[in-house]
Design a protein around this ligand. Structure first.
Ligand SMILES: CC(=O)N[C@H]1[C@@H](OP(=O)(O)OP(=O)(O)OC[C@H]2O[C@@H](n3ccc(=O)[nH]c3=O)[C@H](O)[C@@H]2O)O[C@H](CO)[C@@H](O)[C@@H]1O[C@H](C)C(=O)N[C@@H](C)C(=O)N[C@H](CCC(=O)O)C(=O)O
Ligand SMILES: Nc1ncnc2c1ncn2[C@@H]1O[C@H](COP(=O)(O)OP(=O)(O)OP(=O)(O)O)[C@@H](O)[C@H]1O
Length: 498
């Protein structure tokens, strides 16, 4: 590619070019990580969260970079190679990496899901339905990525950066994959990780308090989430939870928006929800006038929403409702989302592990637990470090309101003092109800299990599927479900009469 072509592609993102008189060099490839730079590459300088690669300009020139893209002044009079100054380097990165990959999203049917909660459940269920239909589908998300059939667990990001995303899309095309379903976090939208691609279906589950360490206000967070709908292909569709999102906020023609929810005005309306420990039944009425019975092994009103979202997404892709519903019935769920630890039942109580780590998710989780339990709810939870502090007392308040005994414990403290995080949560706790503060998560879970009487439910929230606790820079192996099984085995087994 010629440098002039890069400038043409970037269009009005370009503010100024320097050192370009009479030259138009060839570019071998586009790079934004200095470790991957080879001679004749074009390098995109980015001011990141931890590092500002503009400072590498001289070094990059020495290593053979053909030209630089920059969004901040390069403080050096030694730079002789062309520099293209742009309004936003991350946006340029997204556009150019997609160009380099030959816009693979155009050859795929792409589905993007955003929202504070429910993204993993919805995307994983979409993939399950497509797998059932024997359609080849890649998946990108929090728990696992399946790129053209290759699985990688615990990805670094929910939504990868533009270079990695372009690579995943391209690989899916090369391997003749037809579908690409992905979670789109608000961080990704704010950082332009997906700005270079387009979606056949874009869906939003809800927007509730989270990530206000990163977004300056809730309004900013909400507006960022809605940016997903600017990335819809011309013939694409939006799928929107009408009970949780104001449809008027989505700037698309009405025919392109499919809504779901319990409300009368929803295109996909959920009715007559019945819930048991082993699953749920509900009716779904569709815009085509039919009402069909849905069975799902997922539990909780929030999951009825997630299932309805998937029905709407799959219908937007022209699949038949009855077939979609049949495929949904065999989905066993995402690890760590309202997941029973079956081994506990033999002791007469239940244990559930869930990934709720926002006030809204915690409330939904505890309301679901309340519908299923005859005894008390004993909640064990904490809050992650170096993230939205304001949600901590709100989670404390929800915990007291909807459970009977609360045990506050550590989540991923990261670089914060675990005791300080617990104090923040404690501010919201109702001091007239029983609660304990036990920073050691293993001990907290053990005490929760010890307190459980017959018919009680111990709910362990916040970490779901996660395999490690993050303490400073250390990853300490810890999985809530495995820990429960271990404690039951070591402390409780002798209670079983042989
Ligand atoms: C704070 C944050 O979001 N950081 C993300 C961001 O990193 P960054 O670009 O700011 O990284 P940086 O290290 O400052 O580097 C800046 C630039 O210098 C370049 N560089 C850097 C070092 C070097 O030696 N040479 C070099 O060229 C880098 O390639 C980069 O272009 O962009 C990277 C690529 O897109 C992300 O991987 C990274 O996510 C970090 C790991 C992260 O933890 N992000 C979290 C907050 C996040 O994004 N979470 C959401 C999910 C949230 C949820 O729903 O719960 C997600 O989508 O994962
Ligand atoms: N539709 C929903 N509304 C509210 N809460 C939900 C919904 N779906 C799931 N949850 C709650 O959120 C938790 C995480 O669910 P899920 O992993 O599907 O969401 P997510 O958006 O991918 O979350 P994250 O981005 O943090 O990984 C669940 O364990 C459950 O407690």
């Amino acid at each position: 590619m010629k440098l002039s072509r890069v400038i043409e592609l970037l269009g009005d993102l370009v503010l100024q070019t320097i050192n370009m008189d009479g030259i138009d060099p060839d570019i071998s490839s586009i790079v934004s990580n200095s470790r991957f730079l080879k001679p004749n590459d074009l390098f995109i300088c980015i001011k990141g969260t931890y590092f500002d690669s503009h400072v590498l300009a001289e070094d990059l020139q020495e290593k053979g970079a053909t030209a630089l893209i920059a969004e901040r002044p390069i403080e050096s009079d030694q730079i002789k190679i062309p520099v293209i100054y742009v309004k936003n380097s991350r946006k340029a990165e997204a556009m150019l990496f997609m160009e380099q990959a030959d816009h693979p999203y155009e050859k795929l049917i792409t589905i993007g899901v955003t929202g504070t909660n429910g993204k993993t459940t919805i995307t994983t269920l979409v993939k399950h339905v497509l797998d059932t239909f024997e359609k080849k589908c890649s998946l990108v998300g929090t728990v696992v990525n399946y790129i053209a059939g290759k699985e990688s667990r615990n990805p670094k990001n929910t939504t990868p950066g533009a270079p990695v995303l372009a690579k995943y899309l391209k690989k899916s095309v090369e391997e003749n994959y037809e579908y690409f379903v992905m979670e789109v976090s608000s961080h990704a939208l704010a950082m332009h990780r997906v700005s270079g691609m387009r979606f056949d279906v874009a869906a939003i589950s809800n927007v509730t308090r989270d990530h206000l360490d990163f977004h300056e206000s809730f309004e900013d967070y909400y507006a960022t989430k809605l940016k997903l709908f600017n990335l819809i292909k011309p013939s694409g569709k939006a799928v929107v939870n009408a009970d949780r999102i104001n449809i008027a906020d989505i700037q698309l023609q009405r025919g392109q928006i499919l809504t779901y929810g319990f409300g009368d005005e929803s295109d996909y309306r959920i009715e007559n929800l019945e819930m048991t420990r082993s699953g749920m039944y509900f009716d779904i009425s569709t815009p085509f006038g039919s009402t069909q019975k849905v069975y799902t092994r997922l539990i909780g009103e929030h999951n009825a929403y997630n299932v309805a979202a998937v029905i709407a997404i799959m219908e937007a892709l022209n699949y038949d409702t009855a077939h979609i519903i049949e495929a949904i019935s065999t989905f066993t769920g995402v690890p760590g989302r309202f997941e029973f630890v079956e081994e506990a039942s033999k002791y007469g109580f239940e244990v559930v592990v869930d990934f709720a780590h926002t006030p809204d998710a915690l409330e939904k989780l505890l309301k679901t637990a309340r519908r299923l339990v005859e005894g008390r709810i004993i909640l064990v939870f904490g809050a992650g470090g170096n993230a939205d502090k304001g949600k901590r007392p709100l989670m404390g308040e929800v915990a007291s309101r909807f459970s009977d005994v609360v045990i506050l414990t550590s989540d991923d403290p990261k670089h914060e003092d675990p005791e300080e995080i617990l104090k923040d949560i404690e501010e919201g706790i109702n001091k007239l109800k029983p609660y304990l503060v036990i920073p050691d998560r293993k001990e907290a879970i053990s005490v929760g299990l010890t307190l459980a009487n017959r018919q009680d439910m111990v709910v362990i929230a916040g970490r779901g599927h996660e395999e490690f606790q993050v303490v400073d820079n250390e990853l300490i192996p810890f999985n809530d479900k495995e820990m429960v099984k271990h404690i039951l085995d070591v402390k409780f087994r002798r209670l079983i009469k042989r």
